[in-house]
Design a protein around this ligand. Structure first.
Ligand code: NI
Length: 260
């Protein structure tokens, strides 16, 4: 059994194919999939998918790409979605200074507002950080002790920063890029981070692991990422799958489709 801790099944790339993707995920041993939101509409879509598929759980949140001009009403709307069935946390939230699709002031404001929500309601968060390491660390440091769990989704930082985050009690989630031949940084992180801090994800439909590069990614392929991490750590796939699934189940309070 393995958990895909981050997959956008609501993305248009899956249109009418969620049934088939979930059937392949089940066949591959994926016992649960967490579908994050990126804005109000996709958070609602994630809730609807979670209602339709027993293995799927939802997060609600506003992505940094969508942060421009977000008003308090929209944060309030996210807060309301959080009380829907099978919504297990807030995400994906954070900072993206690589694509800079929203003004950085807005990104920081919306990120903090959602960290405040996590603190008030007592929910875990999934954080997106791209080329915004120092501001992300700053916000994480402020909130780490007040939020049940912080997961760094699709982690792309250094091993040094990962150690720093682990010290703060954060979790590191690795995705398909760890399987790429040139992924030296991710491989270093995969080898060094304690197993009790590690999660795996696909970030479907993006970033497929190496055997599937160029195709649409889907939850079944999370096994390739776990396999690669096992190879790097010189341990078994089963150990990585069991540890990362136990971490995700504990953090988000979910019961996987079948027993570990
Ligand atoms: Ni994502």
């Amino acid at each position: 059994m393995i958990i895909d801790s981050h997959a956008h099944l609501d993305d248009g790339a899956f249109s009418n194919e969620i049934d088939m993707a979930m059937a392949r995920a089940r066949a591959a041993g994926v016992g649960a999939v967490i579908n994050p939101g990126g804005d109000v509409a996709s958070s609602k879509a994630a809730v609807a998918i979670a209602a339709a598929y027993p293995e799927v759980y939802a997060l609600a949140g506003i992505h940094p790409h969508e942060a421009a001009g977000v008003a308090d009403e929209e944060i309030g709307e996210i807060a309301r979605i959080l009380s829907a069935p099978k919504v297990v946390g807030i995400g994906e939230i954070g900072l993206d200074y690589y694509r800079d699709l929203s003004p950085r002031d807005d990104q920081l404001r919306v990120f903090r507002a959602q960290m405040d929500l996590a603190r008030q309601i007592g929910l875990p968060v999934q954080i997106h950080n791209r080329d915004a390491h120092s501001d992300t660390l700053k916000v994480v440091r402020e909130y780490a002790r007040h939020i049940p769990a912080i997961v760094m989704h699709c982690y792309s930082g250094s091993a040094e920063m990962a150690r720093e985050l682990a010290k703060l009690g954060c979790y590191i989630s690795l995705a398909g890029p760890v399987t790429y031949r040139n992924a030296r940084k991710q491989a270093e992180v995969a080898g060094q981070i304690p197993l009790d801090r590690l999660l795996v994800e696909t970030d479907s439909p993006y970033l497929p692991p190496s055997p599937y590069r160029g195709q649409r990614n889907e939850p079944a392929y999370v096994v390739e990422t776990a396999r690669k991490i096992a190879e790097i750590r010189n341990t078994s796939f089963e150990e990585v799958a069991a540890a990362t699934s136990a971490n995700a189940a504990r953090i988000f309070g979910i019961s996987p489709g079948w027993a570990i």
